[in-house]
Design a binder for this molecule. Structure first.
Ligand code: SAM
Length: 215
């Protein structure tokens, strides 16, 4: 955050301010779920990237209460759709309520179950995929999602940094060899070196990777 002399956050106020609905959704997560939603700056990046890509059909893995899903849903055109995958029935039920309150209920389908199982039932092509569920499964999500993505489509993933643990930074709070960070590191290596992908990592939130599937 970059505080101005008047105590406000110049950039956040202008580019990733939450409206009342997003603020209430975040408060609801804080009250009754782990606070593991994306940060607002990553949400604004998602909306912007998806609009730039003209995304109509989007897949999300890891719904929680629908916070990132609302940022995604707001990027979609009138006939756009979001399929979002969630393991927890409790989270899925809360998300459906929030999507309805956001006016996105008709566009969003929340699929309950383990993502790797649900992915077998879905057919592409998707214009974009957003990964934010079990970090140990990121390499598997990559394998399953690339065939579902259209050429030119976007693959976006959160938590590439894991607060420094993926790169093995000495001051990282988690061990560099913890299972989740190790899997994200495999994922990072693969999206960086796969010739089918053009990738970068944006230093937003906990690190947001953005890959384009070459046509
Ligand atoms: N994308 C959400 C947001 O920013 O608002 C946050 C998602 S949270 C980091 C991860 C979610 O993935 C949790 O709700 C968790 O229950 C779900 N999850 C964990 N393992 C999963 C799996 N194997 N399949 C589907 N969902 C899973």
């Amino acid at each position: 955050m970059t505080q101005s002399h008047d105590g406000t956050d110049f950039w956040a106020d202008r580019f990733w301010a939450e409206d009342d609905l997003l603020a209430a959704l975040r408060a609801d997560i804080a009250a009754r779920a782990p606070r593991i939603q994306i940060q607002a700056e990553a949400g604004a990046a998602l909306t912007t990237l998806l609009m730039a890509a003209g995304a109509r059909r989007v897949l999300e893995i890891g719904t929680l209460f629908g916070y990132s899903g609302v940022w995604i849903g707001r990027a979609l055109p009138e006939d756009g759709t979001l399929d979002t995958l969630e393991l927890s029935p409790t989270h899925a039920e809360a998300a459906r309520e929030w999507f309805d309150r956001a006016g996105l209920g008709a566009k969003v389908t929340v699929h309950v179950g383990a993502a790797l199982d649900t992915l077998r039932t879905l057919t592409g092509p998707y214009d974009a995929v957003f990964l934010d569920a079990d970090k140990t499964e990121y390499p598997d999500y990559l394998d399953r999602c690339l065939p579902l993505l259209r050429p030119g489509g976007l693959l976006i993933a959160d938590n590439l940094f894991r607060r420094g643990a993926v790169a093995g930074e000495p001051e990282a709070p988690d061990s560099a060899v913890d299972e989740r960070s190790a899997a994200v590191r495999v994922f990072a290596d693969r999206i960086a070196s796969d010739p089918r992908l053009q990738s970068t990592v944006l230093p937003l939130g906990d690190g947001l990777s953005v890959s384009v599937l070459r046509g």
